[in-house]
Design a binder for this molecule. Sequence first.
Ligand code: ZN
Length: 474
Amino acid sequence: MKEKRKVLQHKWWIWFGGGALLLLLALFLLYYFLFLPHIYLNGSKKETILYPNTYEEQGAYLKNVFGKIEGNITIDGTVNSSKIGNYTITYSYRQGLFHRKVERIVSITDNEAPQLILNGELKQTVCPNKQYVEEGYTATDNYDGDITNSVQVKTQGPNMIYEVEDSSSNKTTAIREITYADTEEPTITLKGSTTTYVLEGATYQEPGYTATDNCDGDITSTVTTSGEVNTNRVGTYTLTYEVTDSSGKTATVKRNVKVISQNESGAGKGVIYLTFDDGPHATYTAQILDILKKYNVKATFFVTKAGPDSLIKRAYDEGHTIGLHTWTHQYQTVYKSVESYFQDLAQISDRVKRITGEESKIIRFPGGSSNTISKKYQVGIMTTLTNEVLNRGYHYFDWNISAGDAGETTDPQVVYRNITKNLSKNRSNVVLCHDIKSWTASALESVIQYGLANGYTFQKITMETPMVRQHVNN
Ligand code: ZN
């Protein structure tokens, strides 16, 4: 019996101990599942942030089966929004022996493709005999910055392909369309003017030309010329210049060569060419222009640096010819050398061009081409100059009637007589006057009346007027 009791006693302890353990377990389970909170994240467990946006911590909260509860959640880990990558943020909560932990992965990513900018036109035409010359490009990326150095350039047929990829494998492609073709005709540029004049019996000298092509460059040597100038016959001749580039494109230009009469009894017969030198003069040139206007007579003014621009402008606007006389009218300067002569001529030429907008190629030598005063400064200079001006496309005019108004007389009556007594119907009459003299202005009206009454016509000198030239004496 005694033993039996012991067993009983022993069993009680077991029951008691087991029961207590069960109770503890039950309490633990009850606590663990009902009261111990879980961590809940605001936002999601995997956040993707597109660069350059920044990650903002959204936090977390605690909740058990009865609802949200207060408590301290420790947040560990940082996100560098300016650097692409995956970041882990840990949220942990500790309560006595218990520990909860949740992680959030934040990805900073870049899905923006780089920008690729090509210099120059995107569509280009390049000569067939040339290669497209790269004009450059720039590539920038929102994350990587300047990535121009990683641009890959390749050709695809005639086109150029540009590719660039940023560090996140975002790709940008650009294309430059190249057409290999020659779309331009060559250009022929004539030296001298498109209408040139040559004296009857003289030799026509080709002033020359140049030809260029956008693809072939200088192709002057392949220009062909056709047409002929017969300087033994007065008339207009046409020369044709033609050139073809390597793409078969052709350019043609023409030049008219006018062979004009040497013979004074030919063209201009019975014509009076009134010419006025050394002006303009503020008073007398204006008076002369008034008289010319009254009779609708056109004349020629060989101007210098003197007088107001407005009178040159007026003479030009009223239909008269503005010829070039000299800038300085200083013989020692003008005839010192050939260079000096052309320097002086260029100055008066510039003045006329500036005022009228037109370049004059009609000139009169100071003192005329027959002057001997130039011998004092340069022997033989008139022989050189009379040829050289013609080579340079000028026409020079002397005179066959002198009004004598520059020294011989100051009497309008004498001026009138000097002119009218020398007029001839069998030639052209180039009359030398000076519009800086009052007696010339005073004589002019009666000279015109005489001319008109006696069947003469008045004309201005043009590039087609036969030159009247004196004998060269130096
Ligand atoms: Zn003069």
